[in-house]
Design a protein. Sequence first.
Length: 246
Amino acid sequence: MKRTERLHALSEMLRRGGTRGYTAERLAAEFGVSVRTIKRDLAALDASGVPIWSRPGPGGGYGVTARASLPPVSLTPAQAVALLAAVSAAPDAPYSDLAAAGIEKILDVLDPGTRTKADELASRIWVNAPSSPYRTVRSALEEAMSEQRVVRIRYRARDGAETTRDVEPVMFASLDGRWYLIGWCRSRDDIRWFLVSRIEHADVTAITCRGHTVDEVGVPPATARPVNGRGARPADRGRRPAPETS
């Protein structure tokens, strides 16, 4: 069994074990490897983001915390490089830093042969994408979106006027190559589009959002898709929400 296959099978076995867990000796016997190898595999799973727990002493062992997480996946060299290229070419995209860190975790658990081929293929792709000057702002927006908390922004309008807004983040949208934060503006009491490059400063507050949904934003253009691949209903195609940043 290849190491990648063993890591996947090991993760699934630990998940099935629930709160009981398994000893390193039991896992080593199951996969026909040494206890030392199993402990290295457990460390690799933990480094990749799988929530491994361990209990020392009699009745102890290893298991996986019962929470949402992604198991190890098997990638071809081309698939691994495709992820690298996509993230490297889009430094302004929301969560791109986290995406890059996630890809590194995936690469860390690839078998040596696949990793070597991926590294060689990646050397054949160059990206000249400048780092985003809005990283601090973007990080605050990402946190506010993930935690669904109000974000206080200092926004520069098209005419140069600056205002401070409390915004309940609803979604991010890429339109004509530019990223927008779309949210419920508490100052305007309505949905507004904010060009991320015009947000001068952003602070995440402790105020919880009131539950505004994507449906309030409108239907995306016919060519737009959420990143989970699900599109608008056929009857709604052609209805395009216009960005409003005032």
